[in-house]
Design a protein around this ligand. Structure first.
Ligand code: ATP
Ligand code: CA
Ligand code: CA
Length: 430
């Protein structure tokens, strides 16, 4: 079943939920940024604040289009996290405004999560399970300290954790995170790599239908691909990955992967004009296709977004319509990412040769899906497989072995083109 990424407009079944998510974010974030920054306290990590929105409004919350409840978790901690990732608060609000239409990717797959892109494609909202939510809260301090000490972390950047509840519906938790893929560049190939071979093959036949589907470890190996980094970039990359994975091991996390999007500079963005598919998404192991809404659509210039941000700042706590006409052709401003080593080459990390000369590809990569704790279910599955049970899509080995295998696999495929050629020659001689 191929699910096509869809615009969340008034006719979409999740429109009201998505609209309220954005309304809630806008309210809590702008309210918080009205306060003077301060140091974090222990209590900030456990903090949570509930809000009730309705059409009539009250002294705390403005009147809204729909009735809903919203919960904001550890707002000060996430404010500090956003600051350390250099997210400008007003631009953040502009990207996540309810007046913007999101696109929804994927219906419930294996994990059941929904994915939404902000209209400018910078952020992803992912709905998460209660267990993942509880776990993130539990390890938030470790995550925060890691991010603070490792500005170049490859881990998913979590900018907010919230909960929305519509009348007569279940509570839904969600995180806001960075979209690793750029709004303005074609991703020619996408891989989700874990370092495992079990269930890690995307059917090659399917690729004919979906040339940009997210492929897996075996597809990567079959193509004899490498993350083509010369010694300097390789060392930095592997060192950071080791630090990040050490945290994941310590927190007993597993099932994460390295998401890799490859932009081929020689091919450039030409395909964009023929076929508007930016890349094919595969949440929950399902094939999902995202028709690119942003690439040919216009994106606001920096001046425009600043103007809009000013307007927004003035209106954030009142639900007044904000003029959001898109009138410029400029690419989104990615300059805040320039300071981050792995995202400094036009939002990504460019290949290099053995002598560190730049190569032909830009990699957009990061470690994603890192909220799964090695729990009883996995342990049970481990046991079951040990007894000769059936194979499954997950790789149920303990977190330290998972991490070790992950690092070994990724470091093993990281080498310059010249180095890869050497290895190939020496292997063919044997
Ligand atoms: P499962 O647990 O079955 O693997 P999931 O619902 O937890 O699924 P993820 O593994 O987090 O989903 O992500 C699924 C896909 O969504 C990824 O393979 C990737 O294509 C896309 N994706 C996830 N996070 C990001 C991100 N930060 N940037 C860009 N794409 C992403
Ligand atoms: Ca995953
Ligand atoms: Ca998952």
């Amino acid at each position: 079943r191929v699910v096509v990424g869809t615009k969340v407009d008034e006719h979409h079944s999740n429109y009201v939920r998505a609209y309220n998510m954005l309304t809630g974010i806008r309210f809590v974030v702008s309210r918080l940024h009205g306060k003077v920054d301060r140091e974090l306290t222990e209590a900030d990590f456990r903090a949570a604040q509930k809000y009730s929105f309705d059409m009539s409004g009250n002294e705390l919350t403005p009147s809204t289009k729909y009735d809903f409840k919203f919960k904001d978790y550890a707002p000060w901690v996430f404010r500090h996290i956003r600051t350390s990732f250099r997210i400008d608060p007003s631009e953040y609000l502009v990207s996540l405004t309810a007046k913007y239409i999101l696109s929804e990717l994927g219906s419930p797959g294996k994990s059941g999560s929904f994915f939404y892109f902000s209209r400018d494609y910078k952020y992803i909202i992912k709905t998460i399970h209660h267990a993942e939510h509880k776990f993130l809260r539990r390890v938030l301090k470790d995550y925060y300290l890691h991010v603070r000490d490792n500005p170049n972390t490859l881990l998913s950047q979590f900018y907010g954790l919230h909960r929305v509840k519509l009348p007569y519906q279940k509570k839904v938790h969600f995180v806001i995170m960075n979209n690793l893929f750029p709004p303005h560049r074609d991703i020619h190939r996408t891989f989700d790599l874990k370092g495992s071979t079990i269930g890690r093959d995307f059917r090659e036949e399917e690729l004919e239908k979906n040339p940009r589907a997210t492929m897996k470890d075996l597809n990567w190996l079959r193509r004899n691909l490498h993350l083509e980094f010369g010694p300097t970039k390789k060392d930095t990359f592997v060192a950071q990955m080791q630090k990040d994975v050490a945290l994941l091991e310590r927190l007993k996390i597993m099932d994460y992967s390295l998401l890799v999007g490859i932009h081929d500079l020689e091919r450039g963005n030409d395909d964009n004009l023929r076929d508007k598919t930016l890349h094919v998404f595969q949440p929950g192991g399902e094939k999902t296709e995202e028709p690119q809404m942003g690439s040919l659509a216009r994106t606001p210039s920096k001046m425009e977004s600043q103007k809009r941000a000013r307007e927004l700042r003035a209106t954030v706590t009142r639900e007044k319509p904000v003029p959001l006409a898109m009138t410029a052709d400029k690419m989104p401003d990615e300059s805040h990412r320039k300071d981050f080593y792995f995202y400094a080459d036009d939002g990504g990390f460019q290949a290099t040769h053995e002598d560190d000369r730049p190569g032909d590809e830009i990699y957009y990569l990061g470690i994603i899906d890192c909220l799964t704790r090695y729990n009883y279910i996995k342990k049970a599955e481990h046991f079951w497989k040990g007894m000769g049970g059936h194979e499954s899509q997950i790789s149920p080995i303990p977190p330290d072995r998972y991490g070790e295998r992950f690092v070994k696999f990724i470091s093993g495929i990281t080498m310059s083109r010249e180095q890869a050629e050497k290895v190939r020659l020496s292997q063919s001689l044997q």
